[in-house]
Design a protein around this ligand. Structure first.
Ligand code: BGC
Length: 716
């Protein structure tokens, strides 16, 4: 790949260089392609026209091992004389986000590219990057993923100078694997607010990920300066304390006359924009928010009779879009935006229902394998940009959970083939990290094990973030769970996993023997959902009582919440599951909706009842983890589940409640749309089911073996 091209750099530390090459063509062009990648993120132009619409290309990967190369068809962009201009910004590669990974971050910004032309007469021309290219600074004088971008239209970039040849090699170059990041929508301003403090703030009405495009008529040297926020404080003032050190600024130094500006080498998470500087009167028509995310295709729809539940669903979609900017991130706004494994682990199933995320996650799993440590442990973020050597249960288990989930939803054995070894190495790590045979307990023999626990659970001590469920309990439960998934993967691939079957049985019996007398909601949830109890009925009854005693409210954090409603509905407490889903009192999903959420919050108490905030330290309003409740709505309330991997056969087992008048769930499986709709009748329910594949339709516990088609059922 890029065989004849050489890496070229600036020879000096230019924050956003612009590389250039003039190409003359002699003859009629039959086809032409431009292949390229860079250290940083690039925007390529031919004769001033942008090549492709991939924003922040080449995307985000474990760059020192896997750097994606994109190839664009540029046949229609060429003329007799052409100017190729490729601007290279910092991106993740050169952001302060990856500073702790010098083998990535210390590389100077550089470009490698190749234009390949085939003439109609069959002759070819290859124009690779080499010493004949030239470079100069661009108008972008500052850019960083966390801190934003400054574009100075008045800057004189000076003459083009010779490039410096660099020697990075090519063995880490790979073809594009993921979805391209694109501008996927526009949100117009809803209001211009003058805050009590006198700030001018634009409300876009929706927390989103992207940037702001501005049109402005100005004098040369006038500035537009914008700051981002997700929420206003309780007095209605602009608040961005929760961005921590991320400056998240957009600054444009204008040229004389009319122009449109938007950042090109970074992204922001925001609902509000404070207009710090703007030449003349602020006109809302001059601003629009551009929505940026990996261009994943929508596959899931939920429509219910409850506008608040519908809003919660919308919020989940927005949080998914906003955190699927090439890697699954915790949040898009503060100084993190990392591929946190625990967050992805809990959200993947919902993500798969909402959007076709096969390609997106396959690429990320390849990065996971690239950064999985030699001892099999999995870092807490992928890419491991922070160079963390920490290992945590429920975070690292992503290595087993996601491949299995993708296999169930998409039925592609290659996913398991690619990940089987990584799953096995993760399970082996746990086995080797504990001196307590068949449990994973204590600080871990590796000396690096430090669990996040039931992160942000309501039973965390005041001011703390770690819930009360003991580490040993969670770690041993997930040890069992990941081993069970490894065994399933082995069976699907026809491998001999008898050793792991035995291991699994031993973990389960040791778990049952060791862990008795539960105190936290999450303990009941994990024991029930992972099948780690012989006493399902008693445990479920106690969980149900604990929830009622707690005013029909949850106590769980990142670890317990994703399975909470399943633990109830699978064991006869469907109504309690609906109570929690539709609860509006704090803490609950709809509490957030009632408090104006347009995305999913990181903390149940992101905004407290008195309007104050949890804390500046860690308080994102766009964190998808708790949006994981939606897979329960798809797969239990609506009842759409794969009976065979990839929906070769479906299960449609709607579980209605009279707490809702109606619910319609639609999933565009790889074999066609499956629809499950129910509505309340006088005493029972009417169901409409449509399936493109043979299905087990289960209505009120009665199983109907149906062929593809549309069906109506009633129950009373
Ligand atoms: C992130 C989380 C993540 C956690 C680890 C936080 O700072 O935002 O979502 O999972 O750290 O516990």
């Amino acid at each position: 790949m890029l065989d004849s091209a050489l890496w070229i750099g600036t020879g000096q530390n230019v924050t956003c260089p612009e590389f250039q090459k003039t190409v003359k063509l002699e003859g009629k062009v039959k086809s032409a392609a431009l292949s390229l990648t860079c250290v940083g993120v690039y925007e390529a132009r031919i004769n001033g026209r942008r090549v492709g619409d991939f924003i922040l290309a080449p995307g985000c990967t474990v760059y020192d091992k896997r750097l994606q190369v994109q190839t664009y068809d540029v046949t229609d962009m060429l003329s007799a004389e052409n100017t190729l201009t490729i601007t290279v910004g910092s991106g993740w590669h050169k952001s302060r986000l990856s500073e702790k990974r010098p083998e990535i971050n210390a590389r100077p910004r550089a470009l490698i590219a190749e234009l390949s032309v085939t003439y109609e007469d069959g002759k070819t021309l290859t124009v690779p990057t080499d010493g004949s290219w030239s470079v100069r600074p661009s108008h972008v004088t500052f850019n960083d993923i966390y801190d934003g971008e400054t574009y100075d239209a008045t800057l004189d970039p000076g003459p083009f100078r010779p490039v410096e040849l660099m020697d990075f090699g090519r063995d880490f170059l790979i073809p594009q694997e993921g979805e391209e990041i694109r501008e996927c929508g526009t949100v117009l301003p809803r209001a211009l607010i003058t805050t009590p403090r006198g700030e001018h703030v634009i409300d876009f009405g929706q927390n989103l990920t992207g940037y702001v495009a501005v049109t402005v008529t100005a004098h040369a040297g006038d500035a537009v300066e914008l700051s981002c926020a997700e929420v206003l404080d309780k007095d209605g003032n602009f608040y961005n304390g929760n961005y921590r050190t991320a400056k998240s600024k957009m600054t444009f130094i204008c040229r004389e006359g009319h122009a449109e500006y938007k950042p090109r080498f970074t992204f922001y998470g925001f609902r509000y924009i404070r207009v710090d500087k703007f030449p003349g009167k602020i006109d809302l028509d001059a601003f629009r928010a551009v929505v940026l995310h990996s261009d994943i295709k929508r596959t899931g729809y939920i429509r219910s009779s409850s506008p608040k539940l519908n809003r919660l669903f919308e919020n989940t979609l927005w949080s998914q879009r906003g955190n699927f900017v090439d890697i699954p991130t915790d949040c898009p706004q503060r100084d993190e935006r990392m591929g946190w494994t625990g967050d992805a682990q809990v959200f993947t199933k919902t993500a798969c229902y909402n959007y076709d995320v096969k390609k997106f996650f396959e690429k990320w799993l390849a990065d996971l394998r690239a950064d999985q440590r030699p001892d099999g442990s999995v870092p807490d973020t992928i890419p491991n940009f922070w160079n963390s050597d920490r290992v945590s249960t429920a975070w690292a288990d992503v290595a087993a959970v996601i491949p299995w989930c993708l296999y169930e939803m998409y039925g592609d054995r290659h996913i398991l083939e690619d990940s089987f070894d990584s799953m096995r190495r993760w399970v082996d790590f746990m086995t080797g990290d504990t001196s307590d045979k068949y449990l994973w307990t204590g600080p871990g023999l590796s000396g690096r094990t430090k669990h996040y626990g039931d992160w942000l659970a309501m039973d965390a001590p005041e001011g703390d973030r770690k819930g009360a469920t003991p580490d040993d309990f969670i770690a041993s439960a997930f040890y069992a769970y990941s081993t069970s998934l490894l065994v399933k993967a082995g069976h699907a691939l026809g491998r001999d996993v008898s050793e792991y079957e035995k291991l699994y049985r031993n973990i389960v019996s040791k778990f049952k023997e060791t862990f008795t007398g539960f105190t936290t909601h999450t303990q009941y949830v994990l024991a029930l959902y992972f099948g780690l109890t012989d006493d399902k009925n008693a445990l479920a009854a106690t969980l149900d009582r604990l929830i009622h005693d707690n005013g029909d409210r949850l106590m769980t954090g990142f670890v317990g919440t994703p399975y909470l409603l399943y633990a109830l509905s699978d064991n006869g407490y469907v109504e309690t599951a609906y109570d929690l889903l539709l609860q509006e009192a704090y803490p609950s999903w709809l509490y957030e909706v009632d408090h104006g959420a347009t995305t999913i919050w990181e903390h149940w108490d992101g905004i407290r009842e008195d309007g104050t905030f949890w804390s500046d330290r860690m308080n994102s309003y766009n964190h998808y983890a708790y949006g994981s409740v939606m897979d329960w709505v798809y797969s239990v309330a609506g009842g759409i589940r794969p009976a065979l991997p990839g929906f070769e056969r479906a299960t449609v087992a709607p579980t209605p409640s009279r707490k809702l008048d109606s619910l319609e769930v639609e999933y565009l499986s790889i074999r066609g749309p499956i629809i499950s709709r129910w509505e309340r009748t006088g005493t029972g329910f009417r169901y409409e089911i449509s399936t493109p594949v043979p299905a087990d339709v289960i209505i009120s516990g009665v199983k109907h073996d149906v062929q593809p088609g549309k069906y109506v059922f009633f129950s009373d």
